[in-house]
Write a protein that binds this ligand. Structure first.
Ligand code: IMP
Ligand code: MG
Length: 176
């Protein structure tokens, strides 16, 4: 299925599925039966989010945010823009924001600041992949899927210039 020259599977789909189950169990403990607003950060988190919410119990509400900082590059521009804002009222709610990757932390810092201004009762961050060694600003990740030390990742929702999101595994992209 993959071009072996450029794509190397680093997290196979079976491992992802197992980890999603574990994360869902941790989220259930944290939420203590409260209604939960789960927010998907588009586009990268869309597959992870879909798998995760289907493991969570009711009552659950889904919302979507879109954040952009990369353009078609493999390095962040540092300029974080929210290109889709939230319509839901979060005040007094228990909120889980679901992101694909926390890299420099700049995107998540902006998103968490934006969501905090909406006065949720509790706000937790779930990220599929933590590139903690690349952090430029501190971001508390409450539920992290995998620690990845290096490489530009694609698949399972993650893209390079909008490509490869549909791959079922997380792969490292080897560019010339
Ligand atoms: P940060 O603001 O530097 O933390 O960047 C976070 C965002 O950059 C994530 O939401 C991803 O969308 C994107 N990103 C960071 N690293 C990668 C990667 O390896 N592959 C694909 N997207 C990435
Ligand atoms: Mg993202």
């Amino acid at each position: 299925m993959y071009d072996k020259e450029t794509l190397e599977v680093v997290i196979p789909k079976e491992r992802i599925a197992h980890r999603v189950e574990e994360i869902a169990a941790e989220v259930e403990v944290w939420r203590r039966g409260d209604p939960l607003v789960a927010i998907c950060v588009l586009k990268g988190a869309f597959i992870f989010f879909s798998d995760l919410v289907r493991q969570l119990s009711q009552p659950l509400f889904v919302e979507f945010l879109r954040c952009s900082s990369y353009g078609d590059c493999t390095e962040t521009s540092g300029q974080v823009r929210l290109t889709l804002e939230l319509e839901a009222d979060l005040s007094g709610k228990r909120v889980l924001v679901v992101e694909d990757i926390v890299d420099t932390g700049l995107s998540m810092q902006a998103i968490l600041a934006y969501l905090t201004r909406k006065n949720p009762k509790d706000l937790a961050l779930c990220a599929l992949i933590d590139k903690s060694h690349r952090r430029q600003v501190q971001v508390p990740i409450d539920f992290a899927g995998f620690e990845m030390p290096k490489g530009f990742l694609v698949g399972y929702g993650l893209d390079y210039a909008q490509r490869y999101r549909e791959l079922p595994d997380v792969c490292v992209l080897h560019l010339e």
